[in-house]
Each structure stands twice: as C-alpha cells, then as structure tokens.
Design a protein around this ligand. Sequence first.
Ligand SMILES: Cc1ncc(C[n+]2csc(CCOP(=O)(O)OP(=O)(O)O)c2C)c(N)n1
Ligand code: SF4
Ligand SMILES: [Mg+2]
Length: 283
Amino acid sequence: MVENLNTSCFPTWCPGCGNFAIWAALKNAATQAGWDNANTALVAGIGCHGHLLNFTKITSFEGLHGRAIPVATGIKLANTDLNVFVITGDGDCLGEGGNHLIHSCRRNHDLTILLHDNGVYGLTTGQTSPVSPRGFKSKSTPFGNPDEPFRPLALAITAGATFAARGYAGDIPGLSQLIIKANNHKGLAIIDILQPCVTFNKEYTHQFYQENIYHLDEKYNPHDKMAALAKAWEWGPKQIPLGILYEEDRPTAESQISQIVPKPLVYEPPLRRDISELLKKYS
Ligand SMILES: Cc1ncc(C[n+]2csc(CCOP(=O)(O)OP(=O)(O)O)c2C)c(N)n1
Ligand code: SF4
Ligand SMILES: [Mg+2]
C-alpha cells in the first residue's frame, strides 16, 4: 500500500490552480489501487501540468512539449506489466502533440491519458490553445480568438479511443474513481479533465463549470458510439456532460504484437550480435 506519494518538492502552482486537485485525485487513486514506483510510470509533456511529476513519488519521465504520448508508448511496449499514465495539457496533447493523440487512439495503445484541460497555455503565460473558446482574448489573440475550439473527446472517439471520459478538478472523489476506471480499461483511455487556470483563463472558472456541468445518468449507454459523439460535442449553458461518455472492448496494440505477448520485452535477455565484420568493412 502506498503511504506517502509526496516528494520533498513543494508545489509551485498558483494558489487555487486546478492542478492541485488533479494531483490529489491521482494520489488517492494510486493509494486505493496500489500503484507505486515499481508498477507504474508517469510521463508528462511540458506545461504547468508537467510539474506534477516533480511532486509525486512515482517513477516518471518529463518529455519534450507535445511528445509525452510517444514516450509513454515506448515504455508500455517495453514493459506491458506497467500502468502507464500520460500527464498532458490541452496545448501539449491537442496542439503540438495532436498527431500523437490521433495515432495512439487509432492503434488503441494501453495507456491512460489525463488531459489537464485549462483552455490555455498556462506555463507560457496564457496564450490561446486549441480548446480556448472563440472570441477568447489573450496575449496571442488580443482581438479575440478567431478559431473554433476542438472538442477533445470527439476527436479521441473518432480517432479510435476505446475509453473516453470527462472529469472536473472540483470533484476530487469523482475524479479519483474515474482515474481508476480509466486505468482498469484495456486500451487507450482518455479523461478530459476540466481544470481551471485561475491566473490566465477568466472564462473557464470554477463558477463557470459549477453552473454548467452535469453528470450522465445511469440510463446513458456508453457503448453507443454515435450517442457518445453527440455527448462529446455538447458544450454550452448547463450542457457540459461529466462521466464515461464512451467505452468499447477492442484488442489493444500491445496484445497484437506477437513478440511481446508471451512476456514483456523488458524480461528478455539482451540480444548480442557480433558486428566486428561490419565495422571492419566500413572502417
Ligand atoms: C517544442 C516546444 N514548443 C513550444 C514550447 C513552449 N511551450 C512550453 S509549455 C507550452 C504550452 C503549454 O500549454 P499546455 O500544454 O496547455 O500546458 P499548461 O501549461 O496549460 O498545463 C509551450 C507552447 C516548448 N517548450 N517546446
Ligand atoms: S498558470 Fe494557470 S495552470 Fe499554471 S499554475 Fe498558474 S493557475 Fe495553474
Ligand atoms: Mg493548458
């Protein structure tokens, strides 16, 4: 049982930042599910979200901006026994790293993506991101964002994600359970986490979310792809659904690679080849 998942680093997030709650939810989930240094790896991109790695005592790797997913994919392919989490931001995952999101969903890699969705580039002081609303004023769009925002879960479901959910940083117990369910799912699981950036996003505030989110009820069927897509497109006054929007049972990428099915690659002895003749030829 994991007892203390805090490192000696004191969190540097702004007071009131939604990242604190996501961090707490992840630690709750890890404590309940028994994730630790030996069985779990966290991979982050660059952004305020990525600082979470510095404060959490679980094996981790901070990649380049937009490249968390390919690093996580490599770790999972090397050791399929690990729980592998991607800690990413809306800029990291949908802007610079958007192509990696699409293809990891298409291939159904067995990863859990926690998308810290604050609607801005927080770390670089609040530029407009692919999910910022149309008309959003920031340093990069001082006259208002002229572009339509992405709906991240609609993109993920269309690309082939087999688990798509939305959580809210203001609900730590609910988010903890969602994280456990996402990791239990075999295949590409993504949670779009509504995360207020109290410093740079004055539109998507706690008050905005509390007024506009609602929970999917028990009658909702998460196995109906078209219904899930309709839910993923919902965004408006009192119209932001939370919960598991989509769930599908489909073979993972890892389960279809014959070389790693019998046992994880990491347990194979290193393959030694004599390349002295080759070296002589080209030296
Ligand atoms: C290759 C590369 N491009 C751009 C940057 C600059 N950069 C660092 S973080 C960031 C955006 C972060 O936004 P997001 O992923 O939403 O994370 P947040 O800070 O909001 O958590 C950018 C553009 C970088 N570090 N590396
Ligand atoms: S800039 Fe925004 S996302 Fe970054 S730590 Fe501050 S409140 Fe959080
Ligand atoms: Mg962001």
